[in-house]
Design a binder for this molecule. Structure first.
Ligand code: AMP
Ligand code: GLY
Length: 414
């Protein structure tokens, strides 16, 4: 019976646990997991950043495979430590996770290997950056270098906004990137990667802004759907051969071979797909719609990839749409929403997928406990049908501390 350890405790990790649990006779642990995952995984109270605790647990329980959800443990070298201890783990080493951990590293890599991306300038000096944005074409995009949990990017519409962005983002680190604004549809293209071997997953489209019509602050993701009909197969193919495959090869050439989920955040511009950012992990909430479409046994797929055996991925044709239910105030202060009771979950149809993130469970009730609280996913034969299905399910959930976007997937209805 395979034993799998999932590191992390959000919706993505719940989706991973659910996907692994579809295979019979699998023992799944999640560290730390979350209150809503208990039907599919045994939660272990070890933080995702407690590497000694995680290593000891994996050794003691003879874990066959560890899969890492979030970026922070990856960037901090969890894969290096597990590998040194002889424990099988799927994820990039710290050197390879730099593709997400340092935007400057990622931009230089793309420049060196001719991987299509926005033109950029890197600054280590505030005065030089301020001078540059005075005359940079608008809108202009300003990014902090390190991990910033989605808060490190400002799109400035005016020169004044650009000046303010430079001042505030320099407070997050000692490097800053100013780049060209790319126009077009965004999509998330994630692949299972091992060295130069790249197995693309189906694409998805996230909704980053907090409110309907792409208004409000950037968030971790307010909803997602897959497939994305307005992105052509030709664009996906170009993104595979000009972006994901050459990036995997470039990482090998740089002596930073990448193993794990390589996530390209792309924009389909008039001149083809270009990279906005790379992540060194699965997307959240992308995982919540991509994994339900995958027909393969994920444990077998990952083990085969690690053993360099060829795999063939098979996909459900249906569309999945997932809506994020977030705490009122998110991505800002959610204190007032905390503790609000969530009712109606038991009324959802058994086919609906509910992935938990920021919930707590006490006295038989789920309550709001974090920024993104629940992800509700449903499927249909096309985006329209899946949207209808998911929103009629979301309507059954009653909670005065939650809000959600009503327009997830609306752009895809042509
Ligand atoms: P990131 O944190 O890098 O994912 O950026 C957050 C969001 O900012 C992205 O999802 C895009 O919507 C937007 N963005 C970032 N870089 C660019 C760019 N060069 N051109 C247009 N939009 C961008
Ligand atoms: N959904 C965006 C991300 O995972 O980074």
């Amino acid at each position: 019976m395979p034993k799998i350890l999932i590191i992390g405790g959000g919706g993505r990790e719940h989706a991973l646990a659910w996907k692994f649990s579809q295979a019979p006779n699998t023992q799944i642990y999640a560290a730390p997991g979350n209150a809503g995952m208990s039907a599919v995984a045994q939660c272990v109270n070890i933080s995702e950043n407690d590497f000694d605790g995680l290593l000891n647990f994996a050794k003691k329980n003879a874990i066959d495979l560890t899969v890492v959800g979030p970026e922070t443990p990856l960037v901090n070298g969890i894969v290096d430590q597990f590998t040194a201890a002889g424990l099988p783990i799927f994820g990039p080493t710290a050197k390879a996770a730099a593709i997400e951990g340092s935007k400057n590293f990622a931009k230089n890599l793309m420049q060196k290997y001719d991987i299509p991306t926005a033109k950029h300038h890197t600054f280590t000096d505030v005065a030089a950056a301020l001078l540059h944005v005075k005359t940079a074409p608008l809108p202009t995009v300003i990014k902090a270098d390190g991990l910033a949990g989605g808060k490190g990017v400002i799109i400035a519409e005016t020169a004044e906004q650009a000046q303010q962005a430079v001042e505030s983002l320099f407070k997050l680190g000692d490097k800053l990137i100013v780049e060209e604004f790319l126009q077009g549809e965004e999509f998330s293209f994630i692949a299972l990667v091992h060295g130069e071997t790249v197995y693309p997953l189906e694409i998805a489209q996230d909704h980053k802004r907090a409110h309907d019509g792409d208004k409000g602050a950037n968030t971790g993701g307010m909803g997602v759907y897959s497939p994305v009909p307005q992105i052509s197969q030709a664009t996906i193919q170009q993104a595979l051969t000009e972006i994901l495959q050459p990036t995997a090869a470039a990482m090998v050439a740089e002596n930073r071979p990448f193993t794990g989920f390589l996530y390209g955040g792309l924009i389909a511009t008039a001149g083809g797909a270009k990279v906005i950012e790379f992540n060194a992990r699965l997307g959240d909430p992308e995982a919540e719609v991509i994994l339900p479409r995958l027909q393969n046994n994920l444990f077998e797929v990952i083990m085969d990839i690690l053993h360099e055996k060829p795999v063939k991925l098979a996909w459900k044709e249906e569309t999945f749409v997932a809506v994020t239910l977030a705490a009122c105030g998110y991505p800002g202060d959610i204190t007032k929403a905390k503790g609000a009771e969530i009712a109606g979950l038991q009324d959802l149809s058994p086919e609906t997928l509910i992935f938990h993130a920021g919930t707590a469970f006490a006295n038989g009730k789920f309550t709001v406990n974090g920024g993104r609280v629940l992800f509700v996913a449903a499927c249909g034969e096309n985006v329209q049908a899946a949207r209808t299905a998911v929103y009629s399910e979301v309507a059954k959930i009653q909670c005065n501390g939650l809000f959600y976007r009503k327009d997830i997937g609306a752009k895809a209805i042509l």
